[in-house]
Each structure stands twice: as C-alpha cells, then as structure tokens.
Design a protein around this ligand. Structure first.
Ligand SMILES: O=C(O)CCC(=O)C(=O)O
Ligand SMILES: [Fe+2]
Length: 302
C-alpha cells in the first residue's frame, strides 16, 4: 500500500523536527479541508511555509476507511518466523489454536515470553490521527524525554492523545493480563508514552535508535503507529535473546515482551519518522489473589 511522506518547513522556534508523517492513504481520496483546517487552527503558532496543494495532501485525518491489514506471513526483513503458535483472546480467556482475527497474538519462537499481534490491532486511520496529533504537539510544545528515547510524549499529558489511544491500550492491557497470567498496571502515571525517531535529527543515539537496554517494566508493549517502508525505513525492535534480526512491525501491530528481563534495542532508522506507542507495565503482586480473598469475606483460600 502506497504511503505518503512529506516535509513541511515550519517556521517557529522549536526543538523538534518539522517532519510530518502520513501513511497508508490512497492518492484518490478527497480531503475534507474543514476538519484539517479546524485541526490546524488549534496550533496558531505554526506557519507552514511549504504546503502542497490540497489534492496532493492525503492526510490520515481525512481517511474514513479502517485499513487493518491481513495477518502477515513471512515478510522479508522481519525476524519473525512464518510458523508460530496462535493465541486468541475471547470472553473465556485465552484460547490456543490456529484461529485468526482481532485480539489474536502469536508467541515468538524462543525461550522468552514475547508475542506479536497477528495483524493490525489498530486501523491506519487511527494510527495516522495519533501520529498527526503527536507531531503537531511536538511542534507546538516540543518533546519530553526519558532515559533511552529522546523524543517522547506522555499520553496522559494530552487529552486528545489519550482519547485516541485509550480504546487501544485498554484492549492491550487485557491481552497482557491474559497472556502473562496476571494483573498488570502501568509503572508510572506518565505511561503509556509515544516515542518518535526522526532520521533528519543529526544526533543518532536516542533520536534515530536506542541502544541495548532493559526497561523498568515487567512487560513492555510497543505498537507501530507509522508505516514501515512508507513513513520510514530501517528500524524495528531487536530482542537480543531472540536473535540479531529486528522484529519489524507493520503499522498497527503490537509487540509484547518482558522489557525488564530481555535486553533489547531500537534499530536505527535510515529515512523518515518512526512513531511508537510504548507502555511499561508491572505485575501487581497478589493482585488477583487479594481480590478473591476480599470477595469471600475474609476466608482464606489454600
Ligand atoms: O525502538 C524500539 O523498537 C524499542 C523502543 C524501546 O525499547 C523503548 O522505548 O524502551
Ligand atoms: Fe525499551
């Protein structure tokens, strides 16, 4: 699917890049200028000095088709094997089998406990809207940073971002609880957050990649919000004990792994902007057990 990459010259004092990403948009789509205009009017400080004509500006905000992708099967350059176990979440919990569809995860074939969603969990339109919002926010207020990735934004600091991603993150947290058999919560109130890698930033470390590290988490989730091969090239997550090849998520796909245990890195991007939704989660000790005890009025189970 063709993706559109474009650069705006933004004339304002900002520490962030002026690159913007738009992905998975068909050139035939007719933009809805009113929605775009009202979006931009919220950021009056931004002046776009090089703006393509409307017809050639397919924008994720103007898409109304959810283009969730079919499950991937052995994509070149991706470390994941074509053969793997499939888990499906349903009302009863976790099911093992070859069924496919929304809420389905595949276990990666190594000694660790890591999963990738079997296909996109998030449609391209939603991913694109989040990316648009993140890049607009970064242009107006700049990025924050935590120790590894230098360009981050906390979802909870921004109600517009939080509204866009909370349905996605709620479903991912349910999947984490089921797949890792426990009760998980975010490690900090600033979780989840967005990471932006930008190939146009001269500094490499933290801006175009992150070196091997472990997270302060029990489980980390990563959702690819921009499109690999369209919005950026390179990138991907390398989990050391899984092997040297990066796990290269398609837009909307999700990776779950034991971030505090598995040494991992973000491979350098060679072009464009790679945007991730990242959540650090910790296991709530005795979470489920405590609830059971309370609910039966102080009687203790063996
Ligand atoms: O870029 C990646 O895929 C990894 C990101 C990461 O490990 C982190 O933000 O802690
Ligand atoms: Fe990490």
């Amino acid at each position: 699917m063709a993706s559109v990459w474009r650069q705006y010259g933004v004339s304002m004092g900002t520490k962030s890049s002026s690159n913007r990403v738009h992905s998975n948009s068909s050139p035939k789509e007719v933009p809805k200028p009113s929605r775009r205009a009202s979006f931009l009017s919220r950021f009056p400080g931004i002046r776009f000095t090089r703006t393509p004509p409307l017809e050639s500006r397919p924008c994720s905000l103007q898409r109304d088709v959810v283009d969730a992708k079919p499950p991937r099967r052995g994509v070149e350059g991706d470390a994941r094997s074509t053969e793997s176990s499939i888990y499906r979440l349903n009302d009863q919990g976790l099911e093992w089998g070859e069924r496919e569809g929304e809420g389905t995860f595949k276990k990666l074939d190594f000694e660790g406990e890591a999963f990738t969603s079997d296909g996109s969990l998030v449609g391209g339109d939603v991913c694109g809207s989040v990316v648009d919002e993140v890049l607009s926010l970064s242009e107006s207020i700049g990025f924050g940073s935590y120790v590894f990735a230098k360009q981050t934004l906390s979802i909870n600091d921004h109600p517009t971002l939080s509204a866009l991603v909370s349905p996605i993150t709620a479903s991912i947290v349910s999947s984490v609880n089921a797949l890792y058999s426990g009760s998980f919560e975010y490690t900090k109130s600033s979780e989840p957050h967005v990471v932006v890698y930008d190939a146009s930033v001269p500094d490499v470390e933290g801006y175009r990649r992150v070196a091997f590290h472990t997270d302060a988490s029990d489980v980390t989730f990563i959702v690819a919000l921009s499109s690999n091969g369209g919005d950026y090239e390179g990138g991907g997550t390398v989990i050391e004990s899984y092997g040297p090849e990066p796990i290269s998520l398609e837009q909307g796909e999700c990776l779950l792994f034991e971030g505090g245990k598995e040494s991992h890195k973000g491979e350098e991007i060679t072009r464009g902007v790679r945007v991730l939704l990242v959540g650090f989660m910790k296991r709530v000790k005795g979470g489920k057990g405590k609830k059971v005890r309370k609910s039966i009025g102080g009687a203790f189970l063996a």
